[in-house]
Design a protein around this ligand. Structure first.
Ligand code: URA
Length: 203
């Protein structure tokens, strides 16, 4: 996404001297800006509204059909940004950890609102690195009946983005910035380090 506000905020995120408090706020702000764009196609329905002047047909978001699904832990940092736009959205969770030896993601938790078929699902993870956890999360959501899936990340690696778009061509991906590559530890280069650690101040 080439919006200058998103690019500026990502640059501050990358800076290793940016502290936890500022990092967390920026992740939330970027998620809000990406969410604004990603939700552009939400369906509207028209209802009569009485203004102080007259009565007129006006558009409202149709139904309450949104579900946010952060991938734990770093995806949690994006939830409030989206909820500030759509406070009535339901929120599911997918917990993944990555085996540090094999770099393979493992799911340890999944709780998604049911029924999910009718909802637009917005999956959240700031870093799309190998694409392994994104693919697993999307597969799990689909297994539970999810159909209309969007995926928001802040930084992606080309390898990961290639994998997810190949395996899930029906999912729309919103990427704040496409970086250069992955390193041998499957970290994104230049990246910003471990997003979860930087959001929560852990090491
Ligand atoms: N997850 C992160 O938090 N950072 C990376 O660079 C890759 C995966």
């Amino acid at each position: 996404m080439d919006h200058p506000l998103i690019q500026h905020k990502i640059s501050i995120l990358r800076n290793e001297t940016t502290g936890t408090n500022e990092f967390r706020k920026l992740v939330e702000e970027i998620a809000r800006l990406e969410g604004y764009e990603a939700l552009r196609d939400l369906p509207l329905e028209y209802e009569e509204t009485k203004t102080p002047i007259t009565t007129t047909l006006t558009p409202y978001i149709a139904g309450k059909k949104l579900c946010l699904v952060p991938i734990l832990r770093a995806g949690l940092g994006m939830v409030e940004g989206l909820l500030s736009l759509c406070p009535t959205a339901k929120v599911g969770f997918i917990g993944m950890y990555r085996d540090e030896e094999t770099k393979i993601p493992h799911e340890y938790y999944c709780k998604i609102p049911s029924p999910i078929e009718q909802r637009t699902i917005v999956c959240l993870d700031p870093m799309l690195a190998t694409g392994g956890s994104a693919c697993d999360a999307i597969e799990d959501i689909k297994k539970r009946g999810g159909k209309k899936i969007k995926f928001l990340c802040i930084i992606a690696a080309p390898e990961g983005l290639r994998k997810v778009t190949k395996e899930h061509p029906d999912v729309t991906f919103y990427v704040g910035h496409l970086d250069e590559k992955l390193n041998d530890n499957a970290y994104i280069v230049p990246g910003l380090g471990d997003a979860g650690d930087r959001i929560y101040g852990t090491k």
